[in-house]
Design a protein around this ligand. Sequence first.
Ligand code: SF4
Length: 65
Amino acid sequence: MGPPQTGIFSIQPVRPTGCRFRTRCPLYVTLAAPQRPICETTEPAMTESPAGVGHRAACHHTGRG
Ligand code: SF4
């Protein structure tokens, strides 16, 4: 164990750009390269899901998983 860390550092988590789930999304890693940029740049809106009435999802690729 080394010496204690000193200095100023942020304890704020770094939120990814685009979809907030991108860094831990199992669907994102399976997407083809042309389908990924929208996840990386644009936060998806909450919409009705094809899973059924009353189900909502915020995903650019809803219905693919
Ligand atoms: S938009 Fe959908 S596919 Fe893309 S990172 Fe978010 S949850 Fe995953």
